[in-house]
Design a protein around this ligand. Structure first.
Ligand SMILES: [Fe+2]
Ligand SMILES: [Fe+2]
Length: 478
């Protein structure tokens, strides 16, 4: 009994939203009947099994705004679906807009749960016979909008959703279950097209208001023409280059482990945006005089650490997505700034390690963990003297295992298997990047030349030498 009460108390808002959704799906009849109540019970069960658990995972559970966005879309979607249904019937892709928006802004799993929730609630209130068409076309919307990166791709969703409904109507006609209605078929084809345009039209407003961004919105933000990134390139070119490199590493690693590569890329572009405030204090932007030479290690640490606070302020002011904002403090987690800590120790200052620690929090989701790793790897790789494939691999492995052993990744959801894959991907990209810097093995050249010198055919020997030197030159120039 106590458990039931606690459960009701914990989920009271969900119960209210589901109830309001069922009532709105029955609009304008607002009478609460026994049949409406039974539909409500079924809807609550579906919500609690297929929707709530999917939105209660990281990173969505970190921000209440995800749940509130879902509630608003469910309520507005229910009312809108009912209005469309009264005008155009059940086959007008009733749930296209809310399901597509949830798929774009949250993820495919929540959208699939919502497809079942909407279809069952609607069909129980109306005509059970049409359940396959309504459910399948809504599932198609949920599945095909999830990975959209360009606006035009939503046309494919509209085409698939319309085809599924028309296919169902034709099937019903041939199985003699119902007459073929041209008007109904035309609505089934046209409505998803119109609703897909409406979805894209409303998307930027929701993104701006909720700070929850779709992949389309993220791609637009992660464009190097973005004003904030342009400022970074002018005021802190070193940080700008570093951020672009971190973005490349993070995107590839996220892709490899099945995390959100677009989020990783965009968040990486903005992770050090706070360095815009005092760019000349950061290694990558220092050209001649190092301002830290004149400062105490503790003060240097405080100035460097300030880029996290400044970054959050800039991100909030420019309304960057909540997950991008999260990455700003999380990319340093609670790590110690060892350089200034050791400098303080060398100067004989009695300061504890904790005084050189970033405030955190530790990375809270996979993409934030990947950016922490990419950030550390990029900074270390940049200062490598003679990079070879072996040295790059050792460096990457050392940094990844170091951060793992510091327990900075404990809350990120990254597994050891993920770390292995991330390490491989970082090594591959860095080795490719350093190709032009990797020295050509000189002993090999000497050996080839001396072998050629043993040959009796002098002309051929000369030719071989020339070709080898040419190859050598081109390898070094690559
Ligand atoms: Fe940073
Ligand atoms: Fe960084």
């Amino acid at each position: 009994m106590r458990k039931t009460f606690e459960l009701l108390q914990k989920n009271w808002l969900d119960l209210v939203v589901v109830f309001a959704s069922v009532v709105l799906l029955n609009f304008p009849i607002l009478r609460i009947s026994a049949s409406l109540f039974s539909v409500y019970v079924v809807s609550v069960v579906i919500w609690m099994i297929f929707v709530k658990p999917k939105i209660s995972v990281r990173p969505y559970c970190l921000h209440k705004s995800y749940l509130y966005l879902l509630f608003n879309l469910v309520l507005a979607g229910s009312l809108f679906a009912r209005i469309v249904e009264r005008e155009f019937g059940s086959h007008a892709s009733l749930f296209f807009v809310p399901v597509a928006l949830v798929s774009l802004l949250v993820n495919k799993d929540v959208a699939l749960g919502l497809s079942l929730f909407f279809s069952v609630s609607h069909i129980f209130l109306r005509n059970l016979q049409d359940f396959p068409a309504v459910f399948l076309s809504t599932v198609v919307v949920a599945l095909t909008t999830a990975n959209i990166r360009k606006r035009l791709e939503i046309a494919r969703t509209a085409l698939y959703a319309g085809s599924v409904t028309v296919g169902y109507l034709i099937l019903m006609f041939y199985s003699s279950a119902r007459n073929f209605d041209w008007k109904e078929s035309l609505i089934a084809i046209v409505s998803p097209v119109v609703l897909s345009i409406a979805t894209l039209g409303i998307l930027p407003y929701i993104e701006y208001a909720s700070l929850i961004y779709s992949n389309i919105g993220m791609m637009e933000l992660g464009n190097l023409n973005n004003q904030l990134l342009k400022n970074l390139s002018l005021k802190a070119p070193g940080t700008y280059y570093h951020s672009a490199m971190v973005a490349n590493l993070a995107e590839a690693a996220a892709e490899k482990i099945g995390a959100n590569a677009i989020l990783a890329r965009t968040a990486a572009y903005f992770h050090d945006i706070g360095k815009l405030r005092r760019p000349y204090f950061y290694t990558e932007n220092i050209s001649e005089v190092n301002p830290h030479d004149e400062l105490s290690p503790k003060l240097s640490h405080l100035i460097i650490q300030d880029h996290v606070k400044a970054g959050l302020e800039i991100a909030k002011k420019h309304r960057l997505p909540v997950l991008v904002q999260d990455v700003i403090p999380q990319h340093h987690g609670t790590r110690v700034q060892r350089f200034f800590y050791h400098k303080a120790k060398t100067l004989g200052e009695e300061l504890s390690e904790n005084e050189f620690r970033y405030p955190g929090p530790k990375p809270q989701f996979k993409e934030a963990g990947i950016i922490m790793l990419a950030d550390a790897v990029e900074a270390a790789a940049r200062s490598m003297k003679n990079p070879t494939a072996g040295r790059v691999q050792t460096l990457v492995e050392e940094i990844l295992s170091g951060i793992y052993n510091e327990r900075e990744l404990d809350e990120s959801g990254l597994t050891l298997k993920d770390l292995e894959a991330i390490g491989e991907e970082f090594t591959r990209i860095l080795v490719n990047m350093f190709k032009s810097r990797i020295e050509y093995p000189k002993e090999e050249i000497k050996r080839v030349i001396s072998l050629a010198g043993d040959s009796t055919d002098k002309q051929n020997t000369k030719k071989t030498q020339n070709e080898q030197i040419k190859d050598d030159d081109s390898a070094n120039n690559r």
